[in-house]
Design a protein around this ligand. Structure first.
Ligand code: ZN
Length: 331
């Protein structure tokens, strides 16, 4: 009897309990329903401890930020340096408050620094021009080398990471700007330079040697002022091919064919003590540089080369580079 009655009690209690549980479950649903009709789950976003907004889709927003850090939002952006990443906190928000993912994104990136990547073409390590890609920089260097630009060995390419973008130049313009014409180095030993000066004082400098006439002919032009310029020697007219002999013994310090600064094919002989003789406008040269010649030795033949009108020998006598009047010694 006791057993039955206690079992009844248990059943009654159990029924009460179930009822109670059902009531609790139903009311919970009701509460959730009411809450979710006014509120929804959302992420509040803070940056540097400051609330900057609400995100509806945290993973989408973070993905967008990550992609921005990696690529930036423009051409030539290498990467973006963002010092502080946003913090997210799940919360419930009243439905009438609108999430502002876009604004949050803008705020996050506004504190970032964009680094641009581009290339500088350098000459002598100085940045001369900026281009967007490495291949453009390479083309510029390659084209300048092909054109044999004078600065072709001083060219370089530098990879630039800067927070500001430079104005880019085209390959064609840069090549045109940087191209330097090759300067043909003139053979200019001390023996080929023109006379340092002209002795017009009339004072006769002692040469310490005696000279003989290099060619016999007619004196056609004297030393000194001539057509507003100074004639640094004398001209002796003679037929083409007439032998020219060394006025004194010495060493040939110049013997070259060519325009020779107006002298044409010419020979310079150094006689020691700073004394030199020069033989200009020759047809053929019969000695070579470094050769020792004796007085009276044939060194060249008369001609009309260089800045010359008519066959003649232009003879100069220089002492320490200063042109002397040959008529003080000869003719
Ligand atoms: Zn002359």
């Amino acid at each position: 009897m006791f057993k039955i009655s206690s079992l009844k009690k248990v059943i009654i209690n159990l029924r009460k309990c179930t009822k109670f549980t059902i009531i609790i479950v139903i009311s919970m649903f009701l509460i959730v329903g009411i809450v979710s009709s006014f509120y929804k789950p959302i992420y509040s976003v803070t940056l540097n401890g400051e609330m900057i907004g609400y995100s509806e889709n945290k993973s989408k927003l973070q993905e967008k930020i990550n992609s921005y850090i990696e690529k930036g939002n423009g051409e030539n952006v290498a990467f973006v340096d963002i010092s502080e990443l946003p913090q997210y906190k799940l919360c419930l928000l009243k439905r009438d408050i609108v999430p502002n993912d876009e604004e949050v994104f803008e705020k996050v990136i506004s504190q970032g620094t964009q680094y641009y990547k581009y290339y500088a073409v350098t000459v002598d390590n100085q940045e001369k021009s900026y281009v967007s890609t490495f291949s453009e920089a390479e083309q510029i260097v390659e084209q300048l080398k092909q054109k044999n630009s004078n600065n072709k060995d001083k060219l370089g390419i530098i990879e630039k990471y800067e927070t500001e973008l430079k104005e880019f130049a085209t390959v064609e313009k840069t090549v045109a700007d940087l191209y330097e014409k090759k300067v043909v180095k003139q053979v200019q030993s001390s023996t080929t330079i023109a006379a340092k000066g002209v002795n017009t004082s009339g004072k006769v400098v002692n040469l310490g040697i005696s000279l003989i006439r290099p060619v016999s002919g007619t004196l056609t032009s004297r030393f000194g002022a001539r057509w507003g310029r100074s004639h640094k020697g004398i001209d002796i007219g003679a037929p083409k091919g007439t032998k020219i002999v060394a006025a004194a013994s010495g060493t040939v310090t110049y013997a070259q064919y060519g325009y020779g600064g107006g002298y044409g094919n010419h020979v310079i002989i150094s006689h020691g003590n700073g004394v030199q003789t020069l033989y200009g406008h020759c047809t053929s040269l019969l000695v070579s540089q470094g050769q020792h010649v004796s007085q009276g030795q044939t060194i060249a033949t008369v001609g009309n080369t260089g800045n010359s009108q008519g066959n003649h020998l232009h003879l100069e006598i220089r002492v320490n580079g200063v042109a002397q009047n040959p008529q003080n010694y000869l003719y």
